[in-house]
Design a protein around this ligand. Structure first.
Ligand code: PAF
Length: 289
C-alpha cells in the first residue's frame, strides 16, 4: 500500500485500501464529487453543495480511460493536479481519491455496468461505449467511497439521468443529486474542454447558449412545436461560420425520447463542434433551468 499523503486537513488516497481506511474515519453523512480533474467553477459548485449538505466531503480525480473512444481526447485531456488539489483544499474537501488506472482496471477485469435505453441516443449514439465507461467507473467509485450523496452537473444532462437510473435500478444506497450548470459571465457553460478554444472560437461558442435562450424564448411565447424550435436553433447556429452542429435534441426530461410536441416540459440539448472540441449545453423548458 502507498503512503497516505497529509496536508493540513485534506488527505489524499491514492489506493482503494487507503480510501477505505479514511472512509471509516469520516463523520456521516458523506458527500462525494467524482471528477476527471482540471477543475473549474462548475466542479467547485458541486463541492460547495456537498460541503453544505454533508459532514464530510470526498472528491475523486481520475481521467477514466474507458469512457473515451478511439477518436476522443484521452491522452490530450487537460490535467493540472497541483491546481486541482489547491482548489479542493480551499473548499475544505476532506479526502481526495486519486486512484491508479492499474488498480481501477486490472488487466483481468471483465465486468461492466450498462444502463440500457437511456444511453441509446444523444451522447450514447455519438460516442459508442462512452456511457458504459461512465457507469462502470462511477459504480466502482460508489463502491469504494460509499457516499451518502453524490453530486453531478446538469450540463451533462444525459450522464446525470443515466447515473440516477443506474443507482435506482441497482439499489445503490445513495442519493444522486443534480446541480445547475455554472456559466461564464457571458453565458458559456463551464467545461474543462473550453481550454481548447482559441479567442475566435471562444466567441463563436457563445452561440450554444444563445440558441438555448432562443428555444426558451420561443417556448415562453407559447411555441410547442419541437421541430420548429430545433429549426430556428439550427438556423441561428449555422450563421456562425466556425460551428458544426453534431445534434440538437428536444426530448422527454426523464426518458430522453425525442418529442414532436412539448406538452409538460422538455430537455433541449445540443452538441456543436467549434474548432477542436465538441461543446455540450442544455436547458430544461417548463422546469428548473
Ligand atoms: O463528468 C465527468 O467528469 C465524468 O464523466 C465522471 C462522472 C467523473 C466519470 O468519469
Amino acid at each position: 500500500m502507498g503512503q497516505l499523503h497529509l496536508s493540513n486537513t485534506m488527505q489524499i488516497a491514492s489506493s482503494i485500501a487507503e480510501m477505505r481506511e479514511l472512509r471509516r474515519q469520516l463523520p456521516e453523512p458523506v458527500g462525494f464529487v467524482p471528477t476527471m480533474g482540471f477543475l473549474h467553477e462548475g466542479h467547485l459548485s458541486l463541492v460547495r453543495r456537498a460541503r453544505a449538505e454533508n459532514k464530510s466531503v470526498v472528491a475523486s480525480i481520475f481521467v477514466n480511460p474507458t469512457q473515451f473512444g478511439p477518436n476522443d481526447d484521452f491522452e490530450a485531456y487537460p490535467r493540472d493536479e497541483e491546481r486541482d488539489l489547491a482548489q479542493l483544499e480551499a473548499e475544505n474537501t476532506d479526502v481526495i481519491l486519486m486512484p491508479q488506472p492499474s488498480e481501477m482496471y486490472p488487466v483481468d477485469a471483465s465486468s461492466w455496468v450498462v444502463v440500457e435505453g437511456l444511453t441509446d441516443g444523444l451522447e450514447g449514439a455519438a460516442r459508442p461505449g462512452h456511457f458504459r465507461g461512465v457507469t462502470t467507473i462511477v459504480a466502482k467509485l460508489f463502491n469504494i467511497v460509499e457516499p451518502t450523496r453524490s453530486y453531478f452537473g446538469q450540463k451533462d444532462a444525459q450522464q446525470a439521468l443515466v447515473i440516477q437510473k443506474m443507482a435506482k435500478d441497482l439499489n445503490m444506497n445513495l442519493e444522486v443529486i443534480v446541480c445547475p450548470t455554472v456559466r461564464e459571465p457571458d453565458g458559456l457553460a463551464m467545461s474543462s474542454r473550453n481550454v481548447y478554444l482559441n479567442p475566435d472560437e471562444r466567441r463563436s461558442a457563445l452561440v450554444l447558449n444563445e440558441s438555448l435562450k432562443l428555444a426558451q424564448q420561443l417556448f415562453d411565447d407559447g411555441e410547442r412545436d419541437a421541430g420548429l424550435i430545433k429549426r430556428k436553433m439550427r438556423e441561428m447556429i449555422e450563421r456562425e461560420p466556425k460551428s458544426e452542429i453534431d445534434y440538437i435534441s428536444i426530448a422527454d426530461t426523464s426518458t430522453l425520447a425525442e418529442l414532436d410536441r412539448i406538452e409538460d416540459g422538455a430537455l433541449v440539448s445540443l452538441v456543436v463542434k467549434i474548432g477542436k472540441p465538441r461543446l455540450l449545453d442544455n436547458v430544461i423548458l417548463g422546469g428548473p433551468a
